[in-house]
Design a protein around this ligand. Structure first.
Ligand code: HEC
Length: 181
C-alpha cells in the first residue's frame, strides 16, 4: 500500500504535464505565422506570387530568388544583406539574376522599410517556400538532360490538348449536322 502513493504521485504529475499540451499547440501556431511571410505575401506577391501561371508572370517566383541568393553556404546575415542591397538599389550591377532581368526587365525601384525586408529575407532563408507547379521540371530543364524529358512531356501534353480540341470541334460539327436532320 505504501508503494501506491508514490506511483499515484507520478501518475498525477504526468497528468499535469499533459494539461500543458494546448499551450504548446498555440506556440507552434505562432511560429508558423512568421511576420516575414505575411509581409512578403502582402508586399511582394503582387509580382512574385508562386501561384501565378508561368504565362502571366511579371517577375520570378520567390523560390527562384531564394535559390539564386542562398548559394555557397551563405550566412543568414549576408543573405539578408544581399537582398537589402538589391532592393535599395535595383540596378544590373547588384543583380544576381541576369536571366530574370532579361525576361522581365529590372525590378522597379520601390520603397520598402529595412525592417520589413529583413523579416522577409529571414523568413526566406529559414523556410521552405512555395513551389510553383512544374518548378522542379523547369529547373532540370535548365540544368541538363532533363530537357528532353520535359520536351516530350510538353509535346504529349499539347498534342493531348490538340486532340481534345479536335474532338470538341468534330463533336460540335456533328451536333450541327444532326440538328439539320
Ligand atoms: C512591381 C513588381 C514587383 C514587386 C512588387 C516586387 N518585385 Fe522583386 N522583382 C520584380 C521583377 C520584375 C524582378 C526580376 C528582374 C530583376 O531581377 O530585377 C524582381 C526581382 C527581385 C529580386 C532578384 C533581383 C536580382 O536580379 O538579383 C529580389 C531579391 C526581389 N525581387 C525581391 C523582392 C521583394 C523582397 C519584394 C517585396 C518586398 C519584391 N521583390 C517586390 C518585380 C517586383
Amino acid at each position: 500500500m505504501e508503494y501506491l502513493i508514490p506511483i499515484l504521485l507520478v501518475v498525477i504529475s504526468l497528468g499535469c504535464q499533459k494539461s500543458d499540451k494546448p499551450f504548446y499547440g498555440i506556440k507552434t501556431a505562432i511560429v508558423e505565422q512568421h511576420p516575414g511571410k505575411k509581409i512578403m505575401e502582402m508586399q511582394c506577391y503582387v509580382c512574385h506570387n508562386p501561384a501565378t501561371p508561368e504565362e502571366n508572370r511579371i517577375a520570378p517566383p520567390m523560390i527562384a530568388i531564394k535559390n539564386h541568393y542562398k548559394k555557397n553556404n551563405i550566412s543568414k546575415e549576408n543573405f539578408v544583406k544581399e537582398i537589402q542591397k538589391f532592393i535599395k538599389n535595383p540596378v544590373v550591377k547588384n543583380s544576381k539574376m541576369p536571366g530574370a532581368v532579361k525576361k522581365f526587365g529590372l525590378m522597379p525601384r520601390q520603397y520598402f522599410s529595412e525592417s520589413a525586408i529583413r523579416q522577409i529575407a529571414e523568413y526566406m532563408y529559414d523556410n521552405e517556400l512555395e513551389r510553383p507547379v512544374g518548378f522542379d521540371e523547369n529547373h532540370k530543364n535548365i540544368k541538363g538532360n532533363g530537357i528532353i524529358k520535359v520536351q516530350i512531356k510538353n509535346i504529349l501534353r499539347y498534342s493531348h490538348n490538340y486532340i481534345n480540341f479536335l474532338n470538341g470541334k468534330f463533336d460540335f460539327t456533328y451536333r450541327n449536322f444532326y440538328s439539320f436532320l
